[in-house]
Design a protein around this ligand. Structure first.
Ligand code: PMM
Length: 306
């Protein structure tokens, strides 16, 4: 099975599962490096995600892909079972859990730190039970407000992403006078709901939600004004990877670049975000972003004597 060949140093292919390394102690959020920007690898276990849809439709291929990212150096693997692209169909929490739980269990067993990309509190709970250490909710509590109580009780970090509307309506809600100020203010509003539920300040990671109810120009404006998000006083995550505005930027002969052709531009955004002090970036192709983080860290280091 080709997933076995993919993970380096895994020994002979005697097991039907791609997990051949010894289980490692569970990775902990507190042990993540604090001296550089982190790289979160995206693992969509869905038949229809916009940039890698269908590639990881089964648990085995998803586990192999997650292990490849982990062994390549990804700090966090973000596992999602529901497509977030505009117009995507809803997936029931049951089906979502069937997709993600075996994948999370296998990655955690291998020693990876896993986040769960979900808008459903029951899926967040099942994922945490399976070993996930971070909840990544792109709905910003808007689909299931009870997520706030779960996050408070579970005491796990929560990624609060800015979005207006849902996958069906968000494109029509991209109207702002000052996109960075409004995104920061709307995030602060949801953050206050998290506080009211008992979530602590350092549990919250904020994300501008590039592409979620933002047009191309608004995405760039947000990236130019990331410091407005810093002002909220939380860690900041940037998720630009392979998004449409990069395809538009790289248009050749009137043809937008395909998602897999956007990894160079993604790594450039990683370098800039890292240089500006982002806590993490969320990317499909982890290798170039890991290099970009190293470049940014070196650039930011104090000048050495000649
Ligand atoms: N983007 C997508 C999905 N999940 N989560 C966070 N925190 N931030 C994002 O920008 C984000 C996300 C959509 O992209 P994908 O379908 O390629 O995962």
């Amino acid at each position: 099975m080709d997933s076995l060949a993919a993970a380096p140093g895994t020994g002979p292919a005697t097991s039907p599962l791609p997990i051949l390394r010894k289980p490692r102690p569970a990775a902990r959020f507190e042990d993540l490096p604090a001296d550089r920007t982190l790289v979160m690898g995206i693992l969509n276990v869905t038949p229809d995600s916009f940039s890698d849809g269908g590639k990881h439709a089964t648990a085995d291929t998803a586990i192999a892909a997650g292990l490849r990212m982990f062994y390549a150096g990804a700090d966090i693997i973000d596992v999602g079972g529901e497509s977030t692209r505009p117009g995507a169909e809803d997936v029931s929490p049951d089906e979502e859990q069937q997709r993600v739980v075996p994948v999370i269990q296998a990655l955690v067993k291998a020693g990876a730190l896993v986040s769960i990309d979900t808008t459903h509190a029951s899926t967040a709970a099942a994922a945490v039970e399976a070993g996930a250490a971070i909840i990544n909710d792109i709905s910003g509590l808007s689909i299931e407000p009870e997520m706030a109580e779960f996050v408070a009780a579970a005491k796990v970090p929560y990624i609060l992403t800015h979005r207006r509307g849902d996958a069906r309506t968000m494109n029509s809600l991209a109207e702002y006078k000052d996109v960075a100020a409004e995104v920061a203010a709307e995030l602060a509003g949801v953050r206050d709901k998290l506080y009211a539920a008992g979530v602590s300040q350092d549990q919250i990671i904020v994300d501008p939600g590039l592409g979620f109810a933002k047009n191309d120009a608004q995405n760039w404006e947000l990236l130019q004004n990331l410091d407005q998000l810093d002002g909220l006083g939380h860690r900041v995550l940037v998720g630009a990877s392979r998004k449409r505005f990069l395809g538009t930027l790289l248009t050749v002969a009137g043809k937008s670049a395909a998602p897999e052709e956007r990894d160079g531009a993604t790594a450039a955004i990683t370098a800039i975000s890292a240089y500006r002090g982002a806590w993490a970036v969320r990317v499909h192709n982890v290798g170039p972003s890991l290099d970009a983080v190293k470049v940014a860290a070196r650039m930011a280091a104090p000048r050495t004597e000649r």
